[in-house]
Design a protein around this ligand. Structure first.
Ligand SMILES: CC(C)(COP(=O)(O)OP(=O)(O)OC[C@H]1O[C@@H](n2cnc3c(N)ncnc32)[C@H](O)[C@@H]1OP(=O)(O)O)[C@@H](O)C(=O)NCCC(=O)NCCS
Length: 171
C-alpha cells in the first residue's frame, strides 16, 4: 500500500490551495521553478483553466485535511513541433516531505500521460537541487543535458539540468 495520500486531478475549487502551496514553496525554495504556475494572473485565471480542463494545463494534486500538500503541473508546448510533449513541474509542502507524495504524483503523471498518448515528459532542475534530481531519477527520468548558467537564482547564475522520459512505445 502507498504511504502517500490519494491523488486526483485538480478542479476549480483547488485553485486557492494550489496557489498557497506554490507561493509557500517558492518562498522557501529559491530553486523551485514553478512560479510559472501562476505568476501574475491570480486565482481567477487558474480557476478558469482548471474548469476548462485544457489539455496540457492539467494539475494533479494530493490533498489532506490540512489542504493541498502536493501539486504537479503538466503543460503543453504551444508549437506543433512539440505535440505530445509535456513539461512537468512539481512541489510538495515542507510539512509533507519525505512521505512519498512527490514520487507518487510523478508516477501518476507518467501513467496518465502514457495512457493519454503523451510521447514525452520533460522538466528542468536547478543544478544542486539534489532532492528533485534524486526523485526524478527514481521515477525513471534521465539526465539529458546541462544548460550552462541558464537560470538566475537569487541573482546568481546556475546551471539547469534537463531531464526527460520518453513514453512512446517502440515502432
Ligand atoms: C523535490 C520535492 C518535490 C520532493 O518531494 P517529496 O514528497 O519530499 O519526495 P518523496 O518523499 O516522494 O521522495 C522520493 C525520493 O526522492 C528523493 N528525495 C526526496 N527528498 C530528498 C531530499 N531532501 N534529499 C535527498 N533525496 C530526496 C529520495 O530518493 C526519495 O526517496 P526515499 O524517501 O525513499 O529516500 C520537494 O522536496 C519539493 O517540493 N522541493 C521544492 C520544489 C522543487 O524543488 N521542485 C522540483 C523542481 S522544480
Amino acid at each position: 500500500m502507498s504511504r502517500a495520500p490519494a491523488i486526483r486531478w485538480a478542479g476549480p475549487d483547488d485553485a486557492e490551495g494550489i496557489l498557497a502551496l506554490n507561493a509557500s514553496v517558492a518562498h522557501e525554495a529559491p530553486e523551485y521553478l514553478g512560479q510559472a504556475l501562476d505568476p501574475v494572473s491570480g486565482a481567477e485565471m487558474l480557476q478558469a483553466k482548471l474548469a476548462a480542463g485544457l489539455v496540457g494545463d492539467g494539475v494533479l494534486v494530493t490533498v489532506t485535511a490540512g489542504g493541498v500538500v502536493g501539486a504537479l503541473t503538466l503543460r503543453a508546448h504551444a508549437h506543433p513541433a512539440f505535440a505530445g510533449v509535456l513539461q512537468l513541474g512539481l512541489c510538495v509542502a515542507p510539512r509533507a516531505r519525505r512521505e512519498g507524495v512527490g514520487l507518487a504524483l510523478t508516477a501518476a503523471a507518467i501513467s496518465l500521460s502514457r495512457a493519454g498518448g503523451v510521447r514525452r515528459l520533460q522538466l528542468a532542475v536547478i543544478d544542486g537541487n539534489g532532492a528533485a534530481l534524486s526523485l526524478f531519477l527514481k521515477a525513471g527520468f534521465a539526465v539529458e543535458g546541462r544548460l550552462r548558467q541558464a537560470a538566475l537564482v537569487g541573482g546568481v547564475a546556475r546551471d539547469v539540468i534537463a531531464m526527460g522520459l520518453g513514453l512512446a512505445s517502440e515502432p
